[in-house]
Design a protein around this ligand. Structure first.
Ligand code: PAF
Length: 286
């Protein structure tokens, strides 16, 4: 495993790999790697001949009052986590090399950037799209692997890849969960023991929506309302949003007549968590 720190060296490496006609599979991360990331790396190993993992806490996707400063950073530990896997390159650039003084170009999706997480994290997806576009240009992967847990992020990235003609296939992997259902997230490390327990409310809300659909409920508003009620019942949690949307477009739905996604975000203590579940229309069997 080679650690590449400088963007131009990553680009040179990519050019050599391309010249040798090797298929590159890429896992972009912000480090603090956990089993969810490892599942993405394993998927990348299957897809490509060369696996590249980036570790970069992207300053442009954090708002002024968010957790950029306290976001966990430990490159040595991250490298240890993946050393048993088949990772050829770890790209770990410095912020000053990715966004040097004078940097001024940002990407924005007119319809998707300001919904759901974008509403409570203004500018977040502008930063995500921009850094992912830069990373895709530096690594030029055949495949880029993302987790379903960040459903809106994945939808935005898929749209960007399509809109801007990147020659990369975006591959989504299922959310990895703790045995009690909590979705793995680097931010779980911030939870105090009672908050860790309270955090299960996100999965509970999604389970409730799924159970209602299984009972025949096809009104997205009622499903969202049920999820909001579930979160409200947990004293340590504060709802950000709970919504049901078209899984393909993230547009609002009048009725659950196609595959939908239930999305939930809540603060548990000072930590904001997100989760989601795909909902098949009632009667369509999973
Ligand atoms: O999902 C993440 O870890 C980040 O948003 C990403 C895609 C690596 C961009 O910084």
């Amino acid at each position: 495993m080679e650690i590449v720190r400088r963007p131009h060296l990553m680009q040179q490496t990519t050019q050599d790999l391309k010249r040798d006609k090797l298929k590159i599979a890429f896992v972009p991360t912000m480090g603090a790697l956990h089993a969810g990331h490892l599942s993405l790396v394993r998927k990348a190993n299957q897809l490509g001949q060369v696996t590249v993992v980036s570790i970069f806490v992207n300053p442009t996707q954090f708002g002024p009052n968010e957790d950029f400063e306290r976001y966990p950073r430990d490159l040595g530990r991250d490298v240890d986590e993946i050393k048993e896997l088949d990772v050829d390159y770890v790209f770990a650039p410095d912020p000053s090399d990715m966004f040097p003084g004078g940097y001024g170009t940002f990407l924005y999706n007119d319809t998707l950037s300001d919904r759901f997480c974008g509403r409570s994290r203004p500018g977040h997806f502008r930063g995500v799209l921009t850094v992912v576009a830069k990373l895709l240009n530096l690594v030029r992967p055949d495949f880029a692997v993302f987790g379903q847990k960040d459903f809106q992020q994945a939808a935005l990235i898929k749209r960007m890849v399509q809109d801007l003609n990147f020659l990369t296939e975006v591959v989504l992997c299922p959310t990895v969960r703790e045995s009690d259902g909590l979705a793995l997230s680097s931010r779980n490390a911030f939870l105090k023991p009672d908050e860790r327990q309270a955090a299960l409310v996100l999965k509970r809300a999604l389970d409730l929506a799924e159970a209602r659909v299984a009972d025949g409920e096809d009104d997205p508003d009622k499903l969202a309302e049920a999820m909001r009620g579930a979160v409200a019942a947990e004293p340590l949690a504060r709802l950000d949003y709970a919504e049901v949307a078209d899984a393909a477009t993230l547009d609002p739905l009048d009725r659950l007549d196609r595959r939908a996604v239930a999305l939930v975000a809540a603060w548990v203590g000072a930590t904001r968590l997100i989760d989601n579940a795909l909902l098949e229309p009632p009667g369509e069997g999973r």
